[in-house]
Write a protein that binds this ligand. Structure first.
Ligand code: DGJ
Length: 709
C-alpha cells in the first residue's frame, strides 16, 4: 500500500506500507515515487528485513532508540510506580487514508496511552508527519522523547547536514552512514547558528545535480533533534522531533503532547531537486511574500548612533538609488545607547528622539518608501526598567540568574502576563506609526530556561509556543506588516517560523565573498526570496576585506536584495552604479523569486556556479563566480540543468562584465558566451557554455532566453 496513493498524481515523496501480523503498519520504503507503478509490497516482511513500524518500539525486538520514550511517575495510593509504562506495545485501532492524508490511531491499554500518527502530502511533494501521544489513565506520564522516523533505502549511504557559527551559518559537512545512532541536537531554544537545518541522506557522491536523496527537517523554532540510525540488525532510519528537556512534558490524565511536523522530501535529481521540493512548499504558504522589495537597513551605517538628520540623509540617498523599504534597526528605544541596556523598554527614547519617530517615518514615507522597525521582544537587559520592576519575569532554573549573553536574559513567554506586556508594547508602537515591516531579532541562546510557573522546570517547549502565540497575535492585529526572522543572523531558520514570516536575515556576515557560501547553502532549504542579502560597505565590517561594488551587488542580487551601507559615504558614481543594480534586481526579481535554483557543478574549485531557471523554462539567469585565483587557465564549462531540451536559447551578458583576457586566458566575446549563436536546452545541459578564467572576486552574469518568449 502506497501513501500518498496513486490518486495523488505525479512524483512525490511516498511511503510503502504493509501490516504486521497484529495489524500494525510497517513502512518498507521511503522515496520519490512517480505514481505510475502501483506494484506495492515487493519486500517480504522478515525478521531483520527492510521496514520499520510506524512507531518503533523496544517491545517488538527493536534494540534501536525507541521512537516514543517516557514513563509514569509515582501516583501514590493506587500503587503505580515511577517507571511504569516505559515499554509500550501499541495496537492499531484505525487507519484512514485520503489522497493527501493518512491517519492512524493506536492504543496501549496497559500503559494507559493512545497515539495519533498523521502524515500529509504537501504542496511540492514533500511528506510531513506528526505524532500525538495522550495519557488516558490516572497519574502522570512523563514524555522524554517522541520522534517521527522512517526507513531509508539501503543505497542512501552518504549524509550531508550543516553546522556553523555567528557569521558563518550553514557550513556543509558530509560523512558516511555507519552503524550507530547519529544525532544532531539544537539545545539553545532556537535552531541556532550551528543548526543542522536538515539532514540529507543519498546515493554515493550525490551533488547539486545528481543523486537520489531523502532530506529531513523539523519544522520547529525551539529545541530539536535529527537522527540517523543503523545497527547490525536494523536497516538505516532517519527522522526527528522536538528535543525535550527533563520533566518538560508531563501529561496528566486527558492531556496530550503533539510533536512538531517533521518533513521528509525525496528527490532523484540531486540537491537542486531537493531544494526545489522545499521551495515549492514555501511558495504555497499563505505567508509567502511573493516578490520582495529593495530594502535599506541602517544597522551597519549607524549602529546605535541615531541622529534624525543623518538618517533622513540616508533615506534621501536610498530613495535616489531606488530603495523601496527603509528599516530602522536596533537603538531607537529607551536607554538603548549600546547593547548593554534597554531591551524590554519598548518606548521611543525621549532623549534621542525628542519628537518621537514620526519625523523620520513621515520623511521616509514622503519619499515613497515603506518603513520598517527592529524589535527583540523575547529579551531583557538587566539594565532596563522592565527588569528592575519584574526581575522574576525571566526564564531561569529558579536557583540562580542564568549567565548573560550579549548582556541580556530571556523573558518567560510561557507566562500570559509577559506575553500581554509585550503585545501591549509592540502593538502600541506599531499602532502609533505606519510601520510596514518588523525585523524580529533574538540575539542569544536560551540557558537554564525554566519557568517560575513550575518551580524552575524546563520550559523551552512552552517558550516556543509562547513565541508563536505572541507573533501570531501581532500578525493578526497588523495583517499588512511583513515580518523578518532574525536571530543574530540566521539562527532561527525553520519551516515553523516560515509559516509566519516573509523574510529571514541569513547572516550577520555581510562580506559578499563569505556570503556566497552562506546563501548557496541557505537556499538548500529556503527559497531565495526569503534570504535577506544586503550590499554592504566597500570594506566589510565583518572581515575587513574590500570588495568591488559589482561583486557585492551581484551576490545580493540572488536573494531578497537590500543595502546595509552608509550611503552618505558613497560617491555619485557609486550611487549611480548601485542604482543600476537596484534596477536590475527589480527587473529580474520576478524570475529569481519564482524559478528553480540551479547550482551547476564546476570543474574548478576557484569557480562557483549558480543561477535560477524560470518556472516556465523560458529564461534563466546564471552567475559565474570567480571566488579566487584558478590554478589553471582552462576555464570551465557551465552546464545549465532544467532548461527545455528542445527550445533554443540566446545567451547574453547581463550587467557589468570585463571582457579583457586574464593572463593567458581568452577575452570574453562581446556578443555573449556563445558569440551570439543560439543553443538548445539539451546542449546547454550536457555540454554547457564555456567561460574563460576571470579575475578573482568577480561575478559574470549570463542571461539565457528562449526564442519562444
Ligand atoms: C543582530 C542582527 O543580526 C543585526 O542585523 C542587528 O539587527 C543587530 N542584532 C542589532 O542588535
Amino acid at each position: 500500500m502506497l501513501f500518498p496513493p496513486m490518486t495523488r498524481t505525479g512524483p512525490c515523496t511516498r511511503i510503502e506500507l504493509a501490516t504486521r501480523d497484529d495489524g500494525f503498519p510497517v513502512v518498507f520504503w521511503t522515496g520519490l515515487h512517480g505514481g505510475d507503478d502501483a506494484s506495492g509490497n515487493v519486500f517480504p516482511l522478515l525478521p531483520n528485513g527492510p521496514g520499520m513500524p510506524l512507531l518503533g518500539e523496544h517491545a517488538h525486538r527493536l534494540y534501536t532508540r525507541p521512537h516514543l520514550r517516557g514513563h509514569r511517575l509515582v501516583a501514590g495510593a493506587d500503587g503505580v510506580a515511577t517507571g511504569q509504562g516505559w515499554s509500550t506495545r501499541f495496537v492499531q485501532d484505525s487507519l484512514d487514508m485520503s489522497d493527501t492524508r493518512l491517519t492512524m490511531t493506536a492504543s496501549d491499554a496497559d500503559a494507559g496511552l493512545t497515539l495519533l500518527a498523521e502524515f500529509e502530502s504537501v504542496a511540492g511533494g514533500a511528506l510531513r508527519g506528526r505524532y500525538t501521544v495522550s495519557n488516558t489513565a490516572p497519574g502522570s506520564y512523563l514524555v522524554t522523547g517522541l520522534e517521527v522516523v522512517l526507513p531509508l533505502a539501503d543505497n542512501h549511504v552518504e549524509a550531508l547536514d550543516f553546522t556553523g557559527r555567528h557569521e558563518r551559518e550553514r557550513t556543509p559537512q558530509r560523512h558516511s552512514v555507519t552503524d550507530g545512532l547519529w544525532l544532531r541536537e539544537s539545545r539553545g531554544g532556537r535552531p541556532g547558528l550551528g543548526a543542522a537545518t536538515m539532514v540529507v541522506l543519498g546515493t554515493p557522491h550525490f551533488s547539486p545535480t545528481q543523486g537520489e536523496l531523502l532530506g529531513v527537517h523539523v519544522a520547529w523554532s525551539g529545541d530539536s533533534t535529527l537522527r540517523v540510525e543503523r545497527d547490525a540488525a536494523t536497516a538505516a532510519t532517519i527522522g526527528g522531533g522536538e528535543l525535550l528537556q527533563p520533566g518538560e512534558v508531563c501529561l496528566e490524565q486527558g492531556e496530550s503532547y503533539a510533536t512538531p511536523w517533521v518533513f521528509f522530501a525525496a528527490a532523484d535529481d540531486g540537491l537542486d531537486g531537493l531544494a526545489a521540493v522545499w521551495h515549492a512548499y514555501q511558495r504555497s504558504l499563505d505567508a509567502h511574500p511573493g516578490t520582495q522589495p529593495v530594502v535599506l537597513n541602517v544597522w551597519e551605517a549607524v549602529y546605535f548612533d541615531h541622529d534624525l538628520d543623518r538618517l533622513r540623509g540616508i533615506a534621501d540617498r536610498a530613495a535616489r538609488v531606488g530603495v523601496e523599504r527603509f528599516v530602522l534597526d536596533d537603538g531607537w528605544f529607551r536607554h538603548r545607547r549600546d547593547d548593554t541596556a534597554g531591551l524590554g523598554d519598548w518606548w521611543v527614547d525621549e532623549e534621542v528622539w525628542p519628537d518621537g519617530l514620526t519625523p523620520l517615518v513621515d520623511h521616509v514615507r514622503g519619499l515613497g518608501l515603506e518603513f520598517g522597525l527592529w524589535f527583540e521582544p523575547e529579551m531583557v537587559n538587566p539594565d532596563s526598567d522592565l527588569y528592575r520592576s519584574h526581575p522574576d519575569w525571566i526564564l531561569s532554573s529558579g536557583r540562580r540568574v542564568p549567565l548573560l549573553q550579549r548582556h541580556q536574559l530571556v523573558l518567560d513567554l510561557s507566562r500570559p502576563e509577559v506575553r500581554e506586556y509585550l503585545f501591549e508594547r509592540v502593538n502600541a508602537i506599531l499602532s502609533a506609526h505606519p510601520v510596514d515591516y518588523v525585523k524580529w531579532d533574538h540575539n542569544r541562546d536560551l540557558l537554564e530556561a525554566g519557568t517560575a510557573r513550575r518551580a524552575g522546570a524546563p520550559a523551552v517547549h512552552e517558550q516556543t509556543v509562547g513565541f508563536y502565540c505572541l507573533l501570531d497575535a501581532l500578525r493578526a492585529a497588523h495583517p499588512n506588516i511583513a515580518w523578518e526572522s532574525c536571530a543574530s543572523g540566521g539562527g532561527r531558520v525553520d519551516l515553523g517560523v516560515l509559516e509566519r514570516v516573509q523574510r529571514v536575515w541569513a547572516s550577520d556576515m555581510t562580506d559578499a565573498l563569505a556570503r556566497q557560501q552562506i546563501q548557496r547553502w541557505t537556499t538548500q532549504l529556503l527559497a531565495p526570496e526569503y534570504v535577506g542579502a544586503h550590499v554592504s560597505s566597500p570594506t566589510s565590517h565583518t572581515t575587513g576585506r574590500t570588495l568591488p561594488l559589482d561583486f557585492r551587488a551581484a551576490t545580493a542580487l540572488f536573494g531578497s536584495f537590500g543595502i546595509e551601507w552608509d550611503l552618505m559615504t558613497a560617491g555619485d558614481e557609486e550611487l549611480d552604479r548601485l542604482a543600476d543594480w537596484v534596477a536590475r534586481y527589480r527587473r529580474f526579481r520576478g524570475l529569481l523569486h519564482s524559478g528553480r535554483v540551479v547550482r551547476p557543478d564546476s570543474s574548478d574549485p576557484a569557480v562557483q556556479l549558480h543561477g535560477v531557471v524560470a518556472a516556465d523554462r523560458g529564461e534563466a539567469l546564471v552567475a559565474h563566480v570567480q571566488l579566487d585565483e584558478s590554478a589553471h587557465n582552462r576555464g570551465v564549462a557551465v552546464r545549465v540543468p532544467g532548461l527545455d531540451p528542445v527550445a533554443t536559447y540566446r545567451l547574453t551578458w547581463e550587467g557589468p562584465m570585463e571582457p579583457s583576457p586574464v593572463s593567458a586566458s581568452s577575452p570574453l566575446a562581446l556578443d555573449g558566451p556563445t558569440e551570439g549563436r543560439e543553443v538548445t536546452g539539451q546542449s546547454l545541459a550536457t555540454q554547457g557554455f564555456w567561460m574563460p578564467r576571470r579575475r578573482p572576486e568577480t561575478v559574470t552574469l549570463v542571461h539565457l532566453e528562449s526564442r519562444r518568449r
